[in-house]
Design a binder for this molecule. Structure first.
Ligand code: 9MR
Length: 559
């Protein structure tokens, strides 16, 4: 006879590796004993609750139930001092495999310009949307040879998010993150099978999925001068309709420096990765490399073309009112693109652009400098063949940043790096947790120090339920799953379950969507409502770091 207050116990609702740190957070008790029961109802472990050093953002202290020393594979529930019983969870060596695979498969479900076959998409099969073979050059984007209204073909790509537009800036960080997942864990990623149409070809599935977007990105470069269009978009957002019903005209708009540099970075990275597959992808590595250099040269000639949608709309029509991704700081894009180009080409002309900083940050779509540093730090051999002389300094700076990132993570109520600061809870907060995890895994790779792996795992625990709302933020997973993401197909398809493997943006007290959340506390400001795009949308730049973190943790566990 246990009470059913499952929500008073917050833990990863999917599973733990036998040797991982394992913690549950108890909301209604900060002392007393807890125990773990196996699936036959037998007590297999008991422990003592420890009170958190600091209260949560809501002012309340929590109890921490640490059962790390219990390592026996199986399926369990945890019982709190109040007699509340948790959701069930597993302990096993493949604990994160399901979410790792699903978060990559999520990209298949959001492909533009293709029907989703039942064979791969099951009950979420759907008709083709957005062929994008007749896209108009917007007045802001004309160039010699491409006057206003010229029709170009720009098919494929992933839809950005809950909307159906395709934005280069956000595609940049997302595609780069998935390319890094392959580049950092090639053996494990070779074995990750996603049941996508290309699964039987001779490429790892993750690279096939990346190619769907990369081939679109290539079409976004103006071949006349190398500049890259900021986005391919409808003038205004569609209603909550299926992709094939969304048939309004589409435009490519204004070439900009951020888009062009993000493109250059991704193409440089793609070039060195696809060079390993000359038979499967003849010529592709070379095309990516040329496209990257051409984009770089354009950006050096046009170093400060900011995408300012409001200013653009004062000059040109039709008015474009979809997502802005208007980044005003471009020095970080130069660092990222230069770093990728330096490692790929070993041409010293990129060296002056790989500038160090005394403020290393966790990457976001508008702040990509650290992705460049990741690449430099992961390629010391290539870098040693260039005149770049600051590798040791960069490494020291990076490890200092990582040490600050993990410091005192065990002092807060949820025992995660994510819960250290309310500043982590803005639009797309789930991606902050995932990107912090990636940053920590690089520190783990560089130092071998367990604290980094433990805290990367804890941030994954956060995303899977050990958090201020008790939701598991990946659709299709967990006992308290997100059911109503702001995602047009999930809303319009008439199927109860949302499209699986998509990461909800997560708590954000900003209420930019005007939809009330039951709490305004930073880590609780969330509602599972499909109108609430500021907390419950999905997006490629949130899914990609989740996919990286889940797959990387599984790869490290698998050895
Ligand atoms: O993720 C973006 C967030 O950082 C911005 O604050 C927000 C407002 O500009 O836009 C978010 O990106 C959205 C994009 O503009 C359009 N597609 C959906 C994206 C996720 O909400």
């Amino acid at each position: 006879a246990y009470s059913q207050q499952v929500d008073s116990i917050r833990l990863n609702q999917i599973g733990f590796y036998p040797n991982s740190l394992k913690k549950a957070i108890i909301l209604n008790a900060d002392k007393g004993s807890f125990f773990i029961k196996n699936s036959s109802g037998l007590k297999v472990y008991s422990g003592v609750i420890v009170k958190s050093n600091n209260p949560a953002f809501n002012g309340r202290y929590t109890g921490i139930a640490d059962f790390s020393s219990f390592k026996t594979p199986g399926t369990y529930t945890l019982v709190s001092p109040a007699g509340d019983r948790s959701y069930s969870f597993t302990i096993n060596n493949n604990a994160l495999k399901s979410v790792a695979d699903a978060s990559l498969k999520g990209f298949y479900y959001i492909r533009a310009s293709t029907a989703l076959d039942k064979k791969y998409a099951g009950k979420w099969s759907r008709a083709e949307g957005h062929p994008d073979d007749k896209v108009l050059i917007h007045a802001s984007a004309v160039s010699p040879g491409r006057p206003e209204g010229t029709v170009i073909s720009s098919p494929r790509g992933w839809y950005d998010a809950g909307d159906y537009n395709k934005y280069i800036v956000n595609s940049g960080i997302s595609t780069g993150t998935l390319l890094s997942l392959y580049e950092d864990f090639p053996t494990y990623m070779q074995s990750a099978k996603l049941n996508i149409p290309e699964s039987n070809n001779q490429l790892p599935d993750v690279l096939d999925e990346v190619l769907w977007n990369l081939r679109w990105m290539l079409t976004m470069q103006d071949s006349a001068d190398g500049g890259v269009y900021h986005k391919l978009t409808n003038p205004a957002f569609d209603g909550m309709i299926m992709p094939d019903a969304a048939t309004k005209p589409r435009y490519v708009v204004q070439k900009g420096t951020a888009a062009t540099l993000d493109f250059a970075a991704v193409m440089a990275q793609a070039s060195r990765i696809f060079a390993k597959f000359p038979t499967q992808l003849p010529g592709l590595a070379d095309s990516c490399r040329k496209a990257s250099i051409k984009a770089w040269d354009w950006a050096v000639k046009n170093p400060d073309i900011i995408y300012d949608q409001d200013a653009m709309n004062k000059i040109y029509s039709p008015q474009i009112v979809t997502g802005g991704y208007g980044d005003r700081k471009l020095d970080d894009e130069f660092v990222w693109a230069a770093s990728e180009l330096l490692v790929t080409t070993q041409d010293n002309r990129y060296v002056p652009y790989v500038k160090l900083t005394d403020n290393i940050t966790v990457p976001t779509w508008g702040d990509v400098r650290t992705i460049g540093y990741y690449t430099i730090l992961k390629h010391p051999n290539e870098v040693s063949k260039t005149s770049f002389s600051q590798l040791a300094q960069l490494r020291a700076d990076y490890l200092k940043f990582a040490a600050v990132l993990v410091a005192d993570a065990d002092k807060n109520a949820y025992q995660t790096v994510m819960n250290k600061s309310p500043k982590n809870f803005g639009w797309g907060s789930s991606s902050v947790a995932a990107n912090q995890g990636i940053a920590m895994l690089l520190a783990y790779k560089l130092t071998g120090e367990q604290i980094y792996l433990d805290n990367a795992t804890a941030n994954m625990d956060y995303l899977l339920g050990r958090n201020g709302t008790g939701y598991c933020y990946l659709t299709g997973f967990g006992h308290k799953p997100v059911m109503h993401p702001h995602h047009r197909p999930s809303v319009a398809d008439g199927i109860v379950d949302p499209v699986p493997g998509l990461l909800s943006g997560g708590p954000n007290p900003g209420r930019q969507d005007q939809i009330p959340t039951p709490s305004s506390v930073p880590d609780e400001a969330f509602v599972d409502d499909d109108r609430a795009y500021a907390v419950n949308e999905i997006a490629i730049n949130w899914n990609a770091p989740f996919a990286y973190l889940a797959n990387a943790l599984q790869a490290i566990e698998t050895g």
